[in-house]
Design a protein around this ligand. Sequence first.
Ligand code: NKO
Length: 205
Amino acid sequence: LAFNVALILLAYLIGSVPFAVVVSKLMGLQDPRSYGSKNPGATNVLRTGNKTAAALTLLGDAAKGWFAVWLAEKLAPGIPAGALAAVALAAFLGHLYPVFLGFKGGKGVATALGVLVAIQPWLAVATAATWLIVAIFFRYSSLASLVAAFFAPVYYVFGSGLAWYAQPAMGVALAIIGILLFYRHRANIVRLLQGTESRIGGKKK
Ligand code: NKO
């Protein structure tokens, strides 16, 4: 049990690494918490116009979600489903409430994607495809994230009947992640309803 608690804490610490801030600093860009949506995430970094920085942010924030879950499975083979679900949730919460940024983190979209890659790659593919389709049609990153956040737990449950076996604990963790994604996008939801949300590719202010 103590070992599983340590893995959960480790996942939280891994999830806490804020790639938007780290990449921006390394590339000499402004801190993403100072412009646009003020969110330390790939979408906001893209508002600088630097696509490489945005891509690296997306890659880093997703990789840490994947890595936290992968590491737990590696260090504790046969880890109980409930503990692994807690690890997944902890990595996500690390991104939202990072100890390294005074607990003011991002929205968790990329990190949730990384977690999905570790849980079931096809689930991640289906969810990312959902994000992409909405993003291409509507050009709103936030709307794409909200639709993907709704469908990911649905895909998990339905996919289990088709191809893989869903763990109830992991299903609950994904539902919580989906709800927290909506909560973290509440300002975006208001802007979407008011018609003032900025579109993908829009520049920072
Ligand atoms: O600055 O408030 P903003 O406009 O930046 O940003 C809103 C945006 C914040 O998220 C990001 C990360 C962008 C990642 C894009 C690719 C993600 C594709 C997969 C979605 C996975 C959803 C997982 C749900 C799990 C339950 O939203």
